[in-house]
Design a protein around this ligand. Structure first.
Ligand SMILES: Nc1ncnc2c1ncn2[C@@H]1O[C@H](COP(=O)(O)OP(=O)(O)O)[C@@H](O)[C@H]1O
Ligand SMILES: [Mg+2]
Length: 267
């Protein structure tokens, strides 16, 4: 019996043999299927997380931000849930930055301008940043109740804003297409909220690898967005706590804890 190469039956999908692995993490693999990209999660990844990422992507794409087009969410034979998107042929801005270190600042300018442009958009049905961060802070078992209270109080005092925030905006999530246009992928953590919080997260992501790059980023972001650096800094303990609750294996917990401790000194 001849079968559709991608479908074994109506409910699961087979990936083509011609696929190549782009990225491999402990909990997911990203495959290049030629004209599509498949982000395939482990069997223990909740379906709701994968559908949420797909919904975020669809919402953000509809708001006019340049993203890979969402195609489908499918159960993959022998693995877990997968999110399929259109492939955007090109290289990431992270690849560009490491290939051309002398042009780091030029790439950083492109990166910051793109983030500021994203923050100019709204998507009223997107999850709320405040709810997401409060949930993440409450889920932190190794942070005591006093510090959690401090963090939640600080979160509550921040200005209420409703701009589209990527939530994991770093150069590996920006694809430079062959025509030079920039596309943003990986919207799993997207919310509507404060741009300064999003900038604080990007600062921490840079700082985990390179403090100098992080500082250059922060200065440029605050300048281009016309946001006071103090406001971004106020968010840092909150986003460090959120990042800590994601338990990413490649992220340094001690470093994040040192940012959370700032709360204790500053009240
Ligand atoms: N639609 C796409 N087109 C081209 N490359 C993509 C696409 N989606 C993801 N990639 C590549 O795969 C990498 C990992 O995908 P991403 O969604 O960022 O997953 P992760 O959670 O692993 O960061 C990206 O950094 C990018 O290089
Ligand atoms: Mg990514």
């Amino acid at each position: 019996m001849v079968q559709d190469p991608l479908r074994k039956d109506g409910s699961t999908m087979l990936l083509p043999d011609s696929k190549t692995v782009l990225v491999e993490h402990s909990n997911k693999k990203v495959y290049d299927l030629g004209d599509k990209i498949a982000k395939v999660f482990n069997a223990n990844k909740p379906a709701s997380d994968v559908f949420n990422e797909a919904l975020n992507l669809a919402r953000v794409a509809e708001s006019g931000i340049r993203t890979p087009k969402p195609l489908e969410v499918s159960a993959v034979e022998g693995e877990g849930w997968a999110l399929l998107t259109e492939k955007v042929p090109g290289v990431t801005l992270a690849d560009r930055m490491s290939a051309e270190p002398s042009k780091f600042y030029e790439h950083l300018e492109q990166f910051v301008d793109l983030q500021v442009e994203i923050h100019g958009n709204r998507s009223p049905l997107l999850n709320r940043q405040r709810d997401k961060y409060a949930r993440m802070i409450n889920e932190l078992p190794h942070i005591n109740a006093t510090t959690r209270y401090n963090l939640l109080e600080r979160l509550d005092g921040m200005k209420k804003e409703f701009q589209i925030c990527h939530g994991d905006f770093n150069p590996s999530n920006v694809i430079v297409a062959e025509d030079g246009q920039l596309y943003v992928c990986d919207w799993a953590h997207a919310t509507q909220g404060s741009p300064a919080a999003d900038a604080a997260m990007t600062y921490l992501l840079f700082a985990l690898n390179d403090k100098q790059q992080a500082d250059a980023y922060l200065e440029l972001y605050c300048d281009r967005a016309d946001v006071p650096m103090q406001v971004v800094r106020q968010w840092m303990s909150i986003v460090a706590a959120a990042e800590l609750s994601r338990k990413r294996t490649d992220v340094n917990d001690e470093f994040l804890m040192s940012w959370i401790d700032v709360v204790d000194y500053m009240g």
